[in-house]
Design a protein around this ligand. Structure first.
Ligand code: WT7
Length: 640
């Protein structure tokens, strides 16, 4: 297979090449793609100066990413299965879609989108459960040059409308409902509520999935099946510039509303394919399963784009790990003879807690490679995954990356890089990490710990934050000149291996989902009884990080006191979604503030960690007494 590294020595050699001559390195990789017109320059970039960041890859190249999935491979893959859909309920029929069938469905839906007025550059919001049509919809957008903005279907109406408004999307694609284990969720009514606030929306496309009854607005809504009825499957891909936007994906930061991270066509394509092949060491005939939702970047890059560009068979799973029982993942691996399995540490911890029997009952001998993503994996979970799931014979790729990076950045190459539990190990070729201290001074050599930055562009990196370029500079490029700031702390050990320690900003990774504490506070503050709140992460056995909210309320009666926690949780669910619901809520009379009014979150974090032995200097607090009150009423056991 083109561009696949096959030994550790070759990795080191390629890495050297990629640093010495990045243009030569990436140019050679991009040769294997299908271009209408090749690029003039491989990269043109600036992380500082007027209008920064200004990053362009494959300058003036012309292409379409779907031609690289379909036309490029069709002669050999027409009858090969591209997607296997495993439904929520294992008793329901499985769906196999070949490359040929997927191609036809994408072209037909692309034509259908054109028929309702979607043009190149228009934004299309997609709010769908994990059904094959989600992949069809995103690829159809890419086919005609429309920009997809996929919103995870667990987000609330408010969160959805915020994202639709920010991108001024013309169309939203949804379904009547979604299944989640034993529950079914009325997606359409969430979309109806959201769209009321979105004047840019001209059409809502509705896929019939659960068959539940829904409200239907004949002027605005159109059934997916009606939209494609009689529509041709002939479609010529729209020519895109290398730097035309492929998609927007919203993600949380330390301040304000979620940002629309922008990825462009050629660089993202080259990076998604290259990293997929190399990290997973994918081979022809392998059976690949990533359990993420396509609503997150992992699903974009490693369920859809990376695997399909490579010509792999990718499994799409609609359900949850514990339905109908805690054996679902292992049964599904057995059912399809999965060779490559990619999931989140939080799922591993949750299943570990259910006991070994679910795993040992199943035949997992097909497995060759295991992967993790989204948060640090603790050693216990790593060992269980390695020893029990992988029977000690499958390398684990602990893949560090971000929505902004587009693809995996630091990770072992499966079976080539010797691994160590909970270390993401080495940067991929083309990636130049650097650790700095808070003043921005480079920490050289090994055995150092600092703030993780990247000092050279890579093809998959974000180009801007949608509609607000200065915010992109401010967030990622202003802390240290000429460096991309990841927001993570990391340690480089004696061998040069990276261990990702976690976020250094007010972002938390809850069950691998990225949440801004400021966003949760804003949501909590919407409750009429709430005066002020402060949210921090605290160690949680399954979720990795749990959400701890300290909340000041107006005077509450005893009755109100009994219901306030549930009401606050409901408020957060309404404004963001259930994934951001606080695990612990402590009603307090005051928050530890400095005389200038800044909340000292460090103290709240320490208390959440259950350790008040070393709170540091509290003398600058306006009222040091509040700290004792908070410790006394803490929702976790606190050592003093
Ligand atoms: C943040 C990015 C990457 C796709 C899913 C998450 C954390 C990610 C790891 C890992 C330790 C990790 C970081 C990062 N993270 N992978 N292997 N080890 N931490 O994407 O939602 O943009 O979140 O997830 O803190 O900054 P995301």
């Amino acid at each position: 297979m083109v561009d696949k590294i096959t030994s550790l020595a070759e990795y080191f050699q390629k890495y050297q090449e990629s640093v010495a001559d990045p243009e030569g390195f990436w140019g050679k990789i991009a040769e294997s793609h299908y271009w209408h017109k090749k690029w003039d320059r491989v990269v043109d970039w600036r992380f500082s100066g007027p209008g920064a960041p200004d990053v362009k890859w494959f300058v003036n190249g012309k292409l379409n990413i779907t031609e690289n999935i379909f036309e490029r491979n069709m002669f050999m893959r027409k009858d090969q299965v591209a997607l296997i859909w495993e439904p929520n309920d294992p008793c329901d029929p499985v769906v196999h879609i070949t490359y040929g069938e997927l191609f036809d469905r994408v072209k037909q839906f692309a034509n259908a989108l054109k028929n309702i007025g979607v043009e190149k550059g228009d934004r299309v919001a997609i709010y769908l459960p994990m059904v094959p049509e989600l992949a069809v919809a995103m690829l159809a957008c890419a086919r005609i040059g429309a920009i997809h903005s996929i919103v995870f279907a667990g987000f609330s109406a408010t969160a959805l409308s915020d994202r639709i408004i920010d991108a001024s999307a013309k169309v939203v694609i949804t379904s009547d409902g979604a299944y989640r284990g034993a529950k079914s969720i009325d997606l359409k009514s969430i979309v109806d509520e959201a769209v009321e606030k979105c004047p840019s929306i001209q059409k809502t496309v509705v896929l019939k999935h659960t068959g539940d009854e829904i409200k239907f607005d004949a002027k605005r809504d159109v059934w997916w099946s009606d939209l494609i009825e009689g529509v041709s499957t002939e479609n010529t891909a729209t020519e895109m510039d290398a730097e035309d936007i492929l998609f927007i994906l919203y993600t949380s930061g330390s301040t304000g509303k979620p940002k629309g991270v922008v990825h462009t066509t050629a660089g993202y394509m080259v990076y998604a394919e290259y990293t997929f092949k190399n990290v997973f060491q994918y081979n022809e005939g392998d059976m690949y399963w990533c359990t993420a939702d396509i609503g997150w970047v992992t699903g974009h890059s490693y369920i859809v784009y990376g695997p399909l560009l490579t010509g792999a068979t990718s499994i799409m799973f609609e359900g949850i790990p514990t339905f109908p029982d805690a054996g679902r993942f292992w049964q599904t691996i057995d059912k399809y003879k999965v060779t490559h399995f990619y999931t989140a540490p939080t799922a591993i911890r949750a299943l570990l807690a259910q006991g070994d029997k679910w795993v040992t009952k199943q035949d997992l001998s097909s497995l060759k490679v295991l992967g993790t993503v989204g948060e640090p994996i603790n050693e216990e979970a790593w060992r269980w995954y390695h020893d029990l799931v992988g029977k000690g014979k499958c390398p684990i790729v602990d893949t560090w990356w971000q929505t902004e990076t587009g693809g995996i950045m630091i990770s072992p190459l499966a079976g080539l890089t010797p691994t160590k539990p909970s270390l993401a190990t080495l940067p991929l070729p083309g990636i130049q990490p650097i650790l700095v201290d808070p003043e921005g001074k480079e920490l050289k050599g090994n055995g150092v710990e600092g703030i993780l930055c990247i000092k050279y562009p890579w093809p998959g990196m974000l180009r801007t934050t949608y509609g607000d370029h200065p915010r992109c500079f401010q967030t990622y490029f202003s802390a240290f000149p000429n460096l991309y700031l990841t927001g993570d702390g990391a340690k480089r050990d004696e061998e040069g291996y990276y261990r990702i320690i976690g976020r250094i900003d007010d972002v938390i990774n809850v069950s691998g989902h990225r949440i801004g504490t400021a966003e949760v506070e804003d949501a909590i503050n919407q409750h009429p009884k709430v005066v002020e709140s402060a949210v921090v992460g605290y160690p949680h056995e399954i979720k990795g990080v749990g959400i701890y909210a300290y909340v000041i309320c107006d005077d509450l009666t005893d009755d109100e006191m009994n219901t306030i926690e549930d009401e606050i949780r409901a408020t957060v669910t309404k404004f963001i979604g259930a994934i951001a619901k606080p695990d612990k809520i402590q009603i307090v009379h005051g928050l530890p503030k400095t005389r200038s009014g800044k909340i000292m979150r460090r103290i709240l974090r320490k208390i959440g960690e259950g350790d008040a032995t070393n709170l540091g200097d509290t003398s600058t607090l306006l009222d040091p007494g509040v700290v004792d009150e908070i410790i006394a009423g803490a929702k976790v056991e606190v050592k003093r």
